[in-house]
Design a protein around this ligand. Sequence first.
Ligand code: HEC
Ligand code: HEC
Ligand code: HEC
Length: 162
Amino acid sequence: MRGVMAKTGRVLALLALVALGAMARPVAAEVPKPKLPPAKGEKCVEPTEVMRRKHMDYLLHQRDDTLRRGIRGGKYSLRECLECHVTAQAGQPLPTYGSPDHFCSACHQYAAVQIDCFSCHRDRPEQPAAGQARAPASGDGLTGPAIPVRTLKVLGPAEEKR
Ligand code: HEC
Ligand code: HEC
Ligand code: HEC
């Protein structure tokens, strides 16, 4: 008799576990979406919904266009993605790939996606975010809007060559 009761107990415990497992599933589906840092600019290069699903195809096509066909400055430039999407929180340095504050890795960590792109490519925009590039307000005449670093680079070497 005792044996039967112990067995029934084990079966009940097992049933309870199965029931718990079934309950856990809808809960897991409600895990919050990753919190993405805000983007600069009015809108993305394609509608947000499309970008969510297809950004990888655009990027890989753009890469092929550049590497195989020498086409540069395309619509889906990786550099441009970072210009709009990798931004710093007030007083913080720009986040690097791997940080939950970095647009691309916030989502990729959540979705367990691995990419190697940033072993070669810069994971941040080349210029400091607007507002960060300003010289300190010290009355030295340099407090106006900062000249983008890119503009300076374009001007600099060209002047030297002449
Ligand atoms: C081994 C180094 C390396 C890796 C890894 C790499 N790239 Fe590149 N990528 C390059 C080089 C070099 C260029 C050419 C840059 C140029 O000539 O303008 C390039 C160009 C590009 C371009 C076109 C230029 C631009 O800024 O838009 C895109 C887009 C791009 N890569 C995306 C990617 C993506 C996405 C990944 C990851 C899946 C990746 N790359 C991984 C080296 C790499
Ligand atoms: C001119 C600025 C700009 C550029 C360039 C840009 N984006 Fe966007 N992107 C945005 C904005 C704005 C949104 C909308 C964000 C929102 O709805 O909260 C967005 C949305 C997205 C989303 C969806 C995010 C979400 O909320 O789910 C992805 C993914 C994305 N962009 C990837 C890219 C990639 C990859 C590139 C480069 C090929 C790129 N973006 C270039 C501004 C830009
Ligand atoms: C809204 C979430 C989200 C954001 C933001 C996001 N990704 Fe993705 N990315 C994904 C998901 C999900 C996949 C995997 C899709 C699949 O496997 O079908 C992916 C896949 C990729 C791939 C292809 C990887 C492979 O090996 O197939 C590349 C390249 C990529 N993302 C680049 C980027 C870059 C660069 C950024 C930032 C500019 C970015 N992603 C931002 C969700 C995101």
